[in-house]
Structure formats: structure tokens, C-alpha cells
Ligand binder design. Structure first.
Ligand SMILES: Cc1ncc(C[n+]2csc(CCOP(=O)(O)OP(=O)(O)O)c2C)c(N)n1
Length: 1044
């Protein structure tokens, strides 16, 4: 195409009047995109008449263009005369010289063309200049598109560079005093002298043809250079800085260019302006009202970035117009109360009463500070007159941690309403500039955005970029030019906008919402603003940013500026403006008066994810019992068949896998399950009962230890897969199993969010090895552990954490049970009432459940119990590695039949239980070490005098069953045995609880590894020696006599 431009058109500058007559025919081009087609208007084709080639005119050039393309593909496919013409033109022949008549061509050959051309080119040097000038103009346009944002006037204070760089790119003809002709000319001169473009002042009035990659011409295809520059300045260097040229999709780039370059795009109706003013009034006066009433309270006000409120409202209005019915939002502290009041429309009195420190909390748990609480609200969108549900997720202080949670919740809402393309449910994420740049979870969340099982089909990100993070300047807080650069990794366009220009803000928000609706991809709006107060209202910003704050003190509030603008334009009268303010102030005052009537604080009014129908109307569980988690033999057989077969035809699986499936089949015949089959039985049965299951994590489809194989791969057809679990019965719930990106923080947060959407789903996240969960520690500490206490919302997420000391070194060994146990809320020193319903009651009171199952049957039960319970609690499961294939780690169908339950404690059932009074030692343990203990006991022939009991549910602690077991072996001393080091594992958790159970009547001795800094040795021999040493301790009956 580039060659065609130079040869078929032989561009040369036209005068302005000529240009007006030579408007090229515009033909719309239609571009296919996901699910729809779009038409761009206008796309120019180079069809202007060119005087120098007599046969080229407006009507013939299409024909020439086609000939040219044909020639490019195959020079022999066109007539010889065209062949010669294109060769000459391509070689640089000047206008009029490229064409040679066919007659003269009888002996035409490329050897003839070259000497002829060289003389022609030499004879008309100005043609070269013309081509160069056009190329220069094209480069200039491109330079603005790529780098215009670097000089856009983004900082409302006018003292900072949003990209942290005061340098003006050398290839744009602008300066911060843009459009000042003198400055402009000087810069043009510098560029000319520098030889960058080779243009000079005399070119300013010359008319240049515009390339197809710009829309600045509107309906014109050629413009004088001066006008080209002016329009580029208007598009790219005013209050909007558009960063998009890194996107490697032409259609998307064209779309954005059209949105920002087309002349007159930023025009607003009177109605729109007045609505915008009213929204600015609400945003501004809300903060003023809070400041007036509670001047000594922290509220993390929005002052300096008030246009955030109309920005969000515009995104929501536009999205609602495009069919969105449900918007899930996540945001940090800044402006959160304002968003709750003016975007979500939480009742103002509910917000105001949060400021009343004397109000008592009605709900159990810690509650949370007001600027962390979530909210769910369904209402009519006044602009579109359509229903819309808005929810703001509760979040911790930990900045950006809520991002993946919002995405997971959004994905779940899309999944449950069959919204496969994100047309009805969307997410909006708000960020602070320092956090957006600094927190790695932002990057991890972006990387989920286009993965099939994690995409939410485009998120609109809004950065409240107040150009400061607490007391830290941006130049100390990030190494990238903008805080938003992280978004570039997923090709998200970034719209920087000066937040003191509300109309520009509204415009980019409209475009952002349209972008999301059109391309279903992420987009970022960067609201460049300032922070009028300190980090919070108590902070003194002058300590650290004196000059910035001197400027801020002089800065006229944006509402005032915008109101004055509209009054000057005549869009609104001063009286109307003042009435609007008075109206909103009155609303606030009335709500304030009502808030005084509130007697009690209800955190449950701040629930972000209600589960209608799951609880009673009072929010209580419908019962406090749990039915049997067993299954019929028939059902176990049916699921077992599916787990051991390939339910589709002509599907070739790997030979090794065939053997695995065959051995599963044999297990089913023998009425036994191993770990994988036990899990299969639990999943399969819940699916058949209508419970959706989603298992996500790194390599979960096969299973890190190659034991699961939930996704079969055809060995002959690329990417053909089969998930037998989805073939159980026609009316079953869907099973989702998905290998995730290599992120724990992001993916665990995502699954937690997914689990929030519905109580009727089993959502599991599996760590590759249990210790990797600590890169997601924030999700565990801030959401999973205290979520219900802070935000009265339950969550039944399951964490599968492979754990066990197997000589694999300090990593890959410990899932750190001690940390989970240390965060359990049960009291070690208080023996609960040992009533019949203690098991369920304890579960209801706990903050999470921690188990380490020693048998596949018990694992099966605990998974099923998770759903059959009438409430939801997070479940932490330490899962095995070597036990997956241990011949003894099998369970019989008998342990899984109707009437069976999860066993919180598996008592001694061997010879020791025959004469319990003769038993000298009762060893309590959990997990894999049980198999090492029983082996050692057998080797030593001590089965009659050492009993071993397995605590399968560590927390809530089975006080009742530990008591029963201790009383059964009344003459035995008590030992806690674990394979973990003494300062790790379970010891510190179980010891005081066993002591409480036996009323401190006996000591609880320790057999296990010594305290250590690392979780395990890297030396296999040392590992085995350690194991032998603590086995010796466990089975030496007088091992503790010196400690008596
Ligand atoms: C993960 C995390 N680290 C540190 C903090 C403490 N902190 C609270 S606000 C803040 C500054 C945030 O700056 P920015 O993201 O620009 O938002 P702003 O407060 O300016 O709106 C910091 C460091 C935190 N809340 N979370």
C-alpha cells in the first residue's frame, strides 16, 4: 500500500482550493470482530486525480489500485505496459515518466528502465521533496498518535508531569505553550534545522493528503499542514492523553483514533452538561458535608478528584445502555464513602450513622471501619430506565488485594446467568496511583483477564491518580512513566485525563465503556488529579510536599470552575446552580437527622453478596444439623465407572492413562477407593445433586502428582479433550476444572470471589505444593480467615494444600499448618459444652475448618460435608503426596455408604483397643505420619500396648472425641507425634487443647522433629535419620521419664 501511494498517486501538495475539489471517494470498510461487524467511516482511499499521469483520475484510480495489487502478487498477471509502469514508478520515476507506451515496450526489460529512471529522477528533484514532505507529514501524525500524551496538559495543578518527564518528544511540533504561534514556529524551526522532518515554515499553508490511519480530516481527505498540526494538538495534547499505539491490532487502533481524532467528537448536549454539573455538585458537597459534621474523623475524602463520581456514573450509564445489568466494583479507601453515597446510592443515614462512635454493633464479629464495608443495591438507572444491580466489594486496607476477588465474583455472576461474553455482568476496578504501580497483584490480575476460565470479558479500570501516595512523590514510587503502565501488558488502551476538565473525563469514560462493550477487553481511565487534604483529613501534607500544597491552596475547586464555565456559556444560570447545591445540602441534612434515630449498627446492611433463600429471613442457618454424607453403593459404582472410562467415541488416550483408568476400574470392582477416586466420588455425587464444582489452580486438571486426570487429551487430535465428570447424568451441574496462571495471590483471590456468588457451589483452589500458598497470604489473612467476622458474609471456599515431610527439601514440604491453626478462633483453654450437636455447633462458631485426612474415605466425606452443612465456612485441607499411591491409604465403599459421616477423630481400632487398660501409651497424630507410626509399631511388636488415634479435624478441635479416647486408654501416657518441626506443625495448637480436655491431669509429651528455622532438611539421609529419631521417641515408653 505504501508503494501504491507513491506510485499510483505520486502525491504532491495541492493548494487549499484544489484540495476542496479533490475530496477522495470515501468507502466504508467493514471489519469483522468478535461476534459483530463494525463499519468505520470514513476510510480514505487514494483516488485523487493526479495531473502528471494523464490516465490517472478519480475514477480510474480504483482500477489502478487493483492492477497494482495484482501486479504485486504476480507481475505477469497484468499487461506488460502496467508491469513497466509499476516498475518505473516503484523505482522512483517522476510523474509523467513512469508510463511508457506498449509499442515502445516491445523490447522492454528491466535493464532498460534503470538508466532511464536515473536521469528522470535527477531531472526533477522537487518530486523527491514532495514525497518526502508527505512522508514527513505522515510521520508527524504518527508521532502525535504515539507520543502526544506526553505533552498533553494532564496535571490540573500545572506543576507536574503525569509521565514524570518534562522533556517534550523531539518529533512533535509542540510545547507546553501549544498553539502559541511564536513557540510553535520556533519548535518547527528547530525540527527543521535538526532535519527531522525536512519541513519548514513555508510548508505550513501547503495542503497534504491524509493517510488512512488518521481521522483528523473528518470529511476532508487533505488539509493544510497548519491545520493538520492544530487538529493533532486538539486530539492528543489537550486535557486527554491517549496511550494506545502499543496495541497490536489495527482495528482497535483505528477505533480509538476515530474516537479521539474525529473533529467535534467532544460536544455535549445541554442536558448532558447539566447532569454533569449536578453530579459534580453531589460529589463535592457530600465531602463538604462530612467535613462540616465530622471534621476530626478520617474519611479519605475525594477532594481534588471529585470528577470520579460522574466518571463512574458515566461508565455505568453507558454500560447499562449497552445491556449490562450487574456491575461489581472494587475500590480502595479514597472517595469510597462518596461512591457508596452517590454511585451505589447507599442510604445516606446508613453512612452517617457509621460516624457515630456511640452506636452499638448488632452483629457478632469484629465489624470493620466504614471505608472498608461493601454494599449491594439494585435500582433503576435513571439515565437508561433499566434495572441495574451495583455492588461494591468489602475489602481490607491491603491495597489492590480486592482486585482478583472482584474478578472472581464477576466471573461467577456471569457463569450463573449464562452470560458467556460478559454482556450483562461487568466489573469496574478503582485504583490509587501509587498502589496501581506498586502492587504486584495488579499485574497478576491483569494476567487473568484473557484466560478462558478467568476472563470477565473486559474490566474498566479507573485510577484516582492524585499524584501522591500518602507522603511519597510519584518519582519515588515508580520506575515507569505512568502509574498505569502495567496495563500495557494486556494491550489495554489507557486514557489519561485531566480531572479538572469534567467534560473530558466524561468523554473518556464513555469511550472506555464503549471499548469494553465493543472489544470485551480491559481499558484504563487515568484521572490525573490532586489531593486537596493530607492522606487523611488529620494529616498535614505541608510537612512533605510544601510546594505542591501551596499550589493546591491556590487551586480553584473543580466544581466552581465547571459551574463558572457553564454559567458563562449560558448552559445554566447562577441561580439554578445555587439551587442545585441547596437541594443536595438539604438531602444531606435530612438524612443526618434521620441517622440520629438509628439505635444500632447493622453490619449486615453492608453485605456485598447476599445469598437469597439460603438462610432464614433473619440471616440464620435453616437448621443446625448435617445429614449423612454417605452415598448408595449404586451411586458409588456409577461414578466409579465414569472415573475409569472414556465416555466419548473415537477418543484415543495415552497408554499410561489407560492403565490408570483400568486400575481405577479394578478398585471399583473391589469396592475400594484411593485418593483420586475418593475425590471423584465426592465431586461426582455433588454434581449429580446440582452443585456446581470449580477446581482451579496450577496443573489441577491432571494433578501435580499425576493422580487426578480429570481432563483427558486425545492423543491424535490437537486440543481435543474430554472431561468425564461432565458425563455423569443429563441433569447434573457443570464441572469446571481449570489450570490457572502461575499466580497464587491472583488465583486464590479470584476463587474466593467466585465462591462469594453462590452457596450452592463447591469452589476449590489447589496449591501446587502447600507452601506456595504464602504468596497468597494476604487473601488468607485478610479475607478467608476473618471475612465473616469483618463483613458478616460466609464463604465455603476449599483450599487443597499438598503437605508432608518426604525428604524433598525445605520447599515442597510444609503447607505451614501452624499458621492456619494459629488463626483459628476457638479457645484452647475452654472446654465447650459436650452436647450431641457439638460437631455442628463448633463448625458454626468457627472462622474456618482445618483438616488433615488420613484416608480417602474421610476426604470424600469432608468435601461433601462442606456443601451439606446449612452454612458455609472456609475449609483448609492438608492433602497428601505419597499417600496418593500408598497401598494402605485406601478406603472401602463400606466407609462411604449411607449413614456414614466424616470422622473428626479416627480412634484406635486395632489390638490395642481389645485390652485398653493395658495400653501404656496413647499417641495422637494427624495425617501421613500415622502410616509411619503403624509401620514402626508393627516392626516393634507394640500393637498391644501403644494406641494411635488420628485427629482428622484439627480445628474446630474435637474435644469430645479426644476426651473419649483418652478416657478409653486411662492408663496410657499421652504423646503428640508429628513429622514437622516442634515450632511448626500442630503441636502448639493441639497441646493446650488436649490438656484442657483431660483437665490438665497428665502431661502431653512431644515426639517429632526438633525446632528449626527451615521446614525441612534438604538432605535425604538427614531426613530419614530425623524420622527414625522421633519414631524411637514415640515408641520408647520411658523416653520422657527425665522430663517428669
Ligand atoms: C498493601 C498496602 N501497603 C501499604 C498500605 C498503607 N497505605 C495506605 S494508603 C497508602 C498510599 C496509597 O496511595 P495511592 O495508591 O496513590 O492512593 P491515595 O491514598 O493517594 O488515594 C499506603 C501506602 C496499604 N494500605 N496497603
Amino acid at each position: 500500500m505504501h508503494r501504491l501511494r507513491t506510485c499510483a498517486a505520486r502525491l504532491r501538495p495541492l493548494t487549499a482550493s484544489q484540495a476542496a475539489q479533490t475530496v477522495g471517494q470515501q468507502r466504508p470498510i467493514t471489519v469483522a470482530s468478535t461476534g459483530s461487524t463494525r463499519t468505520f467511516q470514513p476510510i480514505r482511499c487514494y483516488s485523487a486525480p493526479v495531473a502528471s499521469e494523464p490516465f490517472l483520475n478519480g475514477t480510474s484510480s480504483n482500477y489502478v489500485e487493483e492492477m497494482y495489487y495484482a501486479w504485486l502478487e504476480n507481475p505477469k498477471s497484468v499487461h506488460k505496459s502496467w508491469d513497466v509502469f509499476f516498475r518505473n514508478a516503484n523505482a522512483g520515476a517522476p510523474p509523467g515518466a513512469a508510463y511508457q507506451s506498449p509499442l515502445g515496450l516491445s523490447a522492454a526489460s528491466s535493464s532498460l528502465v534503470a538508466p532511464q529512471l536515473s536521469s528522470l529522477v535527477g531531472a526533477q528533484p522537487n518530486v523527491e521533496k514532495l514525497v518526502e514532505d508527505h512522508l514527513a507529514v505522515q510521520s508527524l501524525i504518527r508521532a502525535y498518535q504515539i507520543r502526544g500524551h506526553h505533552v498533553a496538559q494532564l496535571d490540573p495543578l500545572g506543576i507536574m508531569d503525569a509521565d514524570l518527564d518534562s522533556h517534550v518528544p523531539t518529533d512533535i511540533i509542540t510545547s507546553s505553550d501549544k498553539l502559541d504561534l511564536a513557540v510553535f514556529k520556533e519548535r518547527l524551526r528547530v525540527l527543521t534545522v535538526g532535519g527531522f522532518y525536512g519541513l519548514d515554515e513555508s510548508d505550513l499553508d501547503k495542503v497534504f493528503r491524509l493517510p488512512t490511519t488518521t481521522f483528523i480530516g473528518g470529511s476532508e481527505t487533505a488539509l493544510p499542514l497548519k491545520e493538520i498540526i492544530r487538529r493533532l494538538e486538539m486530539s492528543y495534547c489537550q486535557h486527554i492523553g491517549v496511550e494506545f499505539m502499543f496495541i497490536n491490532d489495527l482495528e482497535q487502533c483505528q477505533w480509538i483514533r476515530q474516537k479521539f481524532e474525529t473533529p467535534g467528537v467532544m460536544q455535549f448536549t445541554l442536558e448532558e452538561k447539566r447532569t454533569l454539573l449536578a453530579r459534580m455538585v453531589r460529589s463535592t458537597r457530600f465531602e463538604e458535608f462530612l467535613q462540616k459534621k465530622w471534621s476530626a474523623e478520617k474519611r479519605f475524602g475525594l477532594e481534588g478528584c471529585e470528577s470520579l463520581i460522574p466518571a463512574l456514573k458515566t461508565i455505568i450509564d453507558k454500560s447499562s445502555e449497552n445491556g449490562v445489568e450487574n456491575v461489581i466494583m472494587g475500590m480502595p479507601h479514597r472517595g469510597r464513602l462518596n461512591v457508596l453515597a452517590n454511585v451505589i446510592r447507599k442510604e445516606l443515614e446508613q453512612i452517617f450513622c457509621q460516624f457515630d462512635s456511640k452506636l452499638e454493633a448488632a452483629d457478632e464479629g469484629s465489624g470493620d471501619v466504614k471505608y472498608h464495608l461493601g454494599m449491594y443495591h439494585r435500582r433503576i438507572n435513571r439515565v437508561t430506565d433499566r434495572n441495574i444491580t451495583l455492588s461494591l466489594m468489602a475489602n481490607p486496607s491491603h491495597l489492590e488485594a480486592v482486585d482478583p476477588v472482584v474478578q472472581g465474583k464477576t466471573k461467577a455472576e456471569q457463569f450463573y446467568c449464562g452470560d458467556n461474553d460478559g454482556n450483562r455482568v461487568m466489573s469496574i476496578l478503582l485504583h490509587g496511583d501509587a498502589a496501581f504501580a506498586g502492587q504486584g497483584i495488579v499485574y497478576e490480575t491483569f494476567h487473568l483477564s484473557d484466560l478462558p476460565s478467568y476472563t470477565t470479558h473486559g474490566t474498566v479500570h479507573v485510577v484516582a491518580n492524585n499524584q501522591i501516595g500518602f507522603t511519597t512523590d510519584p518519582r519515588m514510587a515508580r520506575s515507569s512513566p505512568y502509574p498505569t503502565d502495567v496495563a500495557r501488558v494486556v494491550n489495554a488502551p489507557i486514557f489519561h485525563v485531566n480531572a479538572d476538565d469534567p467534560e473530558a473525563v466524561i468523554y473518556v469514560c464513555k469511550v472506555a465503556a464503549e471499548w469494553r462493550a465493543t472489544f470485551h477487553k480491559d481499558v484504563v481511565v487515568d484521572l490525573v488529579s490532586y489531593r486537596r487534604m493530607g492522606h487523611n483529613e488529620m494529616d498535614e501534607p505541608m510537612f512533605t510536599q510544601p510546594l505542591m500544597y501551596k499550589q493546591i491552596k491556590k487551586q480553584k475547586p473543580v466544581l466552581q470552575k465547571y459551574a463558572e464555565k457553564l454559567i458563562a456559556e449560558g448552559a445554566v444560570s447562577r441561580q439554578e446552580y445555587e439551587e442545585e447545591i441547596a437541594k443536595y445540602d438539604k438531602i444531606c441534612e435530612e438524612a443526618y437527622a434521620r441517622s440520629k434515630d438509628e439505635k444500632i449498627l447493622h453490619i449486615k446492611h453492608w453485605l456485598d453478596s447476599p445469598w437469597p433463600g439460603f438462610f432464614t429471613l433473619d440471616g440464620q442457618p435453616k437448621s443446625l444439623t448435617c445429614p449423612s454424607t454417605g452415598l448408595t453403593e449404586e451411586n458409588l459404582n456409577h461414578i466409579g465407572q465414569m472415573a475409569s472410562s472414556v465416555p466419548v467415541e473415537d477418543f484415543t488416550i495415552h497408554g499410561g492413562l489407560s492403565r490408570i483408568l483400568k486400575s481405577r476400574g479394578q478398585m471399583v470392582q473391589n469396592r475400594t477407593v484411593d485418593w483420586a477416586l475418593g475425590e471423584y466420588m465426592a465431586f461426582g455425587s455433588l454434581l449429580q445433586e446440582g452443585i456446581h464444582i470449580r477446581l482451579s489452580g496450577q496443573d489441577v486438571e491432571r494433578g501435580t502428582f499425576s493422580h487426578r486426570h480429570h481432563v483427558l487429551h486425545d492423543q491424535n487430535v490437537d486440543k481435543r479433550i474430554c472431561i468425564p465428570m461432565n458425563h455423569l447424568s443429563p441433569d447434573q451441574a457443570p464441572y469446571t476444572v481449570c489450570n490457572s496462571s502461575l499466580s497464587e495471590y491472583g488465583v486464590l483471590g479470584f476463587e474466593l470471589g467466585f465462591a462469594m456468588a453462590s452457596p450452592n457451589a463447591l469452589i476449590l483452589w489447589e496449591a501446587q505444593f502447600g507452601d506456595f500458598h504464602n504468596t497468597a497470604q494476604c487473601i488468607i489473612d485478610q479475607f478467608i480467615c476473618p471475612g465473616q467476622a469483618k463483613w458478616v458474609r460466609q464463604n465455603g471456599i476449599v483450599l487443597l494444600l499438598p503437605h508432608g515431610m518426604e525428604g524433598m527439601g525445605p520447599e515442597h514440604s510444609s503447607a505451614r499448618p501452624e499458621r492456619f491453626l494459629q488463626m483459628c478462633n476457638d479457645d484452647p483453654d475452654v472446654l465447650p459444652n459436650l452436647t450431641d450437636d457439638i460437631a455442628v455447633r463448633q463448625l458454626y462458631d468457627c472462622n474456618w475448618i482445618v483438616v488433615n485426612c488420613s484416608s480417602p474415605g474421610n476426604y470424600f466425606h469432608v468435601l461433601r460435608r462442606q456443601i451439606l452443612l446449612p452454612f458455609r465456612k472456609p475449609l483448609i485441607v492438608f492433602t497428601p503426596k505419597s499417600l496418593l499411591r500408598h497401598p494402605e491409604a485406601r478406603s472401602s465403599f463400606d466407609e462411604m455408604l449411607p449413614g456414614t459421616h466424616f470422622q473428626r477423630l479416627i480412634p484406635e481400632a486395632g489390638s490395642a483397643s481389645e485390652r485398653p487398660e493395658e495400653v501404656k501409651r496413647l499417641i495422637f497424630c494427624t495425617g501421613k505420619v500415622y502410616y509411619e507410626l503403624t509401620k514402626e509399631r508393627k516392626n516393634r511388636g507394640m500393637e498391644g500396648n501403644v494406641a494411635i488415634a488420628r485427629i482428622e479435624q484439627l480445628s474446630p478441635f474435637p474435644f469430645d472425641q479426644v476426651k473419649a479416647e483418652s478416657e478409653r486408654f486411662a492408663n496410657a501416657d499421652l504423646v503428640w507425634c508429628q513429622e514437622e518441626h516442634k515450632n511448626q506443625g500442630y503441636y502448639d495448637y493441639v497441646k493446650p487443647r488436649i490438656r484442657t480436655t483431660i483437665q490438665r491431669a497428665k502431661p502431653v509429651w512431644y515426639a517429632g522433629r526438633d525446632p528449626a528455622a527451615a521446614p525441612a532438611t534438604g538432605n535425604k539421609k538427614a531426613h530419614l535419620m530425623e524420622l527414625q529419631r522421633f519414631m524411637d521417641t514415640a515408641f520408647t515408653l520411658d523416653a520422657f521419664k527425665d522430663q517428669q
